[in-house]
Design a protein around this ligand. Sequence first.
Ligand SMILES: NC(=O)c1ccc[n+]([C@@H]2O[C@H](COP(=O)([O-])OP(=O)(O)OC[C@H]3O[C@@H](n4cnc5c(N)ncnc54)[C@H](O)[C@@H]3O)[C@@H](O)[C@H]2O)c1
Length: 333
Amino acid sequence: MLRTAFIGCGGIANAHVPGWQAVQAAGQAAVVALCDVSDANIDKLAAGLGLEQFARYHDWTALLAQEDLDAVDICLPHHLHAPAILDAAAKGVHILSEKPLCTSFDEAASIKAAVEAAPVTLMCAHNQLFFPAIRHLRERIEAGAIGAVQQVYSGDCFRLDRTVEEWGWRAKLATAGGGVLIDTGYHPSYRLLHMAGSSPVQVTALSHNHHCPIEGEDTAHVLVKFANQALGQISTSWAFPMHPGAWQVAVFGSEGAIFGRGNDYLLKPYNGSEEAGSLPPANGFAEEVKHFVGCLLTGERPIQTHDDGINVLKLILGAYQAIEQGVTVRFEE
Ligand SMILES: NC(=O)c1ccc[n+]([C@@H]2O[C@H](COP(=O)([O-])OP(=O)(O)OC[C@H]3O[C@@H](n4cnc5c(N)ncnc54)[C@H](O)[C@@H]3O)[C@@H](O)[C@H]2O)c1
């Protein structure tokens, strides 16, 4: 039975509850401690998890010093990801961390060194990889359904009307690390990488703030070239919704194209008949927690580790650099 703790018990931690309940019911893991600066958020998460007994902490260094843990689930604001990951790795504790991995390449390099030296398993909580359509598209691409991947579009756009108080830590560059691109835009970015099946070698981007009272951008468009020559495009916004009928992911290959959204997919070979399908629904957050715990128990590599998180950061931090300097940013293969 793996002994686990939450570090950060706010909004998204509650979405992880069904996953932890499932692994607890399977006798694989138990949540033994909750850490947050807010007692109200600890209480709410404890109630959601149905915990009668747990240790309560307001400081993760005390949690890591006093509890004998196998793993932590980090659900903190962006600027706290790197320090919490480094502290957990130093104690030999495995890590499931919410996105983004961290907010700078220097932090990413420290995380890679610490996680590999420990060694511990770090899984990036890329929950949308567990969406039925995203899983299905990747399987069909790997099975050759569209030939070689040549072009990928991935988008996540919706309009949010919030006051600066409601934006909270997301309103500040110092705590969020950017605007929509490093937050909601992180999802279409890892989807893009997963579909391209390659590493980014060139990134350029444009962004603007049209609508939201935050320091960062509320809309961004990123262009990417991958090592396998595939081209990618990411669109993300908190100012505008997706256009009606838009797919979350569209992948064009040498032999055809495949599109996905939620549970639905459409395969369109260039020479052959179309195939449309609707897959059984799944809770991506629950699947991600089950996958993380399963990997810890079997020793299998999680679907996305810190190395994949660093590739996602190449898209996002590369895009920020491209925007700031008006250039195309290049990365080694
Ligand atoms: N995968 C997704 O779809 C998704 C959706 C929303 C948020 N997220 C990610 O989850 C993370 C948290 O976002 P959120 O929306 O839950 O934010 P939130 O503000 O609701 O929760 C953050 C929690 O961290 C706590 N906290 C802040 N500083 C702390 C400290 N020093 N020590 C301990 N606790 C501290 C806060 O009190 C709060 O409870 C972010 O990385 C965000 O990008 C992911």
